[in-house]
Design a binder for this molecule. Structure first.
Ligand SMILES: NC(=O)C1=CN([C@@H]2O[C@H](COP(=O)(O)OP(=O)(O)OC[C@H]3O[C@@H](n4cnc5c(N)ncnc54)[C@H](O)[C@@H]3O)[C@@H](O)[C@H]2O)[C@@H](O)CC1
Ligand SMILES: Nc1ncnc2c1ncn2[C@@H]1O[C@H](COP(=O)(O)OP(=O)(O)OP(=O)(O)O)[C@@H](O)[C@H]1O
Ligand SMILES: [Mg+2]
Length: 327
């Protein structure tokens, strides 16, 4: 008997919380839809008057003896999203393997050569964006070459997406990309903590992921940061976006490579679209790549369940792209 009023109060409290939760959810769905519309605005129309190369020539810098899958996933994803040409600049041991995966990629076995920086630099005038790090490994000589490649890319104002072992390099030398507004970093959970420690010299507040991503971006001079996870949190030091597009619980290796390769193309498209289409181009591009990767994961999981692999996700890029962006 005495519990009656208390139960009523609990039920009322629960109703308020449920309503607040569903309002928040509705609000975030509306935010997601608004941002997806910004992504749609940057996608270049397909046209019979365009020539090969106009919709994107992307370079992936990565691939060593151990890791050949990661640069392949990134480079093929760039093509599947809509780039016209996709190059891989890798260590010599990785090149025949990557070539054998796909005749569609242009593979340069230059990353461990003494002239690596020059060998890549001569291609830069023909590239719209670089994706640096997938499958790069942590060999000192390779990392020194990649440092040089980042320096010449910045000098030529080439947009760079930095992922995986490229982020390892940035954690050792944050000055390499500090203040470069055409850089996007795509750390996973572990890579984010490592970067945060290195740049902000202290552990992050795990209860405040928005604040942590915002602070890291600001400390890096407003470089765009994408923290991947259950929800992707994106910031350019001014705004914070959250991407919670439905994916799945399947976490096979290579999903981040699909994201970084797609982002290489979207960054180019966003910058090409110009400020009248979006005033935060890299953030919009990053939101597009996160949504697309998660949608690919969702679709692949519907078909393959626990056996889903990144190749299954890549097979979904076309349908996922249409569903999200060509409505
Ligand atoms: N098929 C391939 O060739 C692939 C190669 N890869 C390459 O492998 C190299 C190392 O990348 P890693 O991502 O393993 O980086 P690390 O070598 O820094 O390892 C990170 C570790 O953290 C763990 N981890 C990941 N997310 C976590 C989370 N949310 N919470 C706790 N632990 C978590 C992982 O299991 C891994 O053991 C990179 O060059 C990367 O590109 C990956 O991209 C996967 C696919
Ligand atoms: N817990 C999660 N729930 C849903 N999606 C997730 C989750 N964790 C990561 N993702 C999504 O998976 C994609 C890749 O993120 P992940 O953290 O696996 O990258 P990664 O570790 O760099 O991958 P890779 O194996 O390619 O190196 C991102 O699009 C991210 O949104
Ligand atoms: Mg990764």
């Amino acid at each position: 008997m005495a519990l009656g009023p208390r139960c009523g109060a609990i039920r009322a409290c629960r109703r308020v919380l449920e309503r607040a939760f569903s309002l928040r959810k509705a609000h975030s769905i509306k935010d997601m839809e608004n941002t997806l519309q910004l992504v749609r605005n940057i996608i270049p129309p397909l046209s019979s008057t365009k020539h090969k190369g106009q919709d994107g020539r992307i370079g992936v810098v990565g691939g060593c003896q151990e890791y050949t899958g990661a640069p392949y996933f990134a480079a093929i994803s760039a093509l599947k999203v809509g780039a016209d040409l996709s190059h891989v600049f890798c260590a010599s041991a990785a090149a025949p393997v990557i070539k054998a995966y796909s005749p569609e990629l242009i593979v340069h076995p230059v990353l461990d050569s003494p002239n690596a920086v020059h060998e890549v630099e001569k291609w830069l005038p023909r590239l719209h964006a670089l994706v640096v790090g997938p499958g790069l490994g942590r060999d000192d000589a390779l990392l020194r070459n990649v440092q040089g490649i980042l320096e010449v890319s910045k000098a030529r104002d080439i947009p760079v997406v930095i992922d995986a072992d490229g982020l390892w390099l940035v954690a050792q030398q944050p000055a390499l990309i500090h203040g470069y507004r055409k850089a996007v970093l795509t750390p996973n959970h572990v890579e984010f903590s490592r970067l945060y420690d290195a740049v902000l010299r202290g552990p992050m507040d795990s209860d405040d992921s928005h604040g942590s991503v915002l602070r890291l971006s600001q400390a890096l001079g407003n470089v765009t940061v994408v923290q991947k996870g259950e929800r992707d949190i994106l910031s350019n030091g001014q705004q914070v976006l959250v991407c919670s597009q439905e994916g799945s619980s399947r976490r096979c290796g290579g999903q981040g490579d699909l994201l970084s390769g797609s982002l290489g193309v979207l960054v180019h498209w966003a910058l090409l679209a110009g400020p009248q289409k979006t005033n935060g181009p890299l953030l919009v591009a990053a939101f597009g790549a996160c949504s697309l990767t998660r949608q690919c994961n969702h679709q692949a999981f519907q078909k393959h369940g626990r056996s889903t692999t990144t190749s299954d996700m890549i097979a979904e890029v076309g349908a996922a792209f249409s569903k999200l962006f060509e409505t």
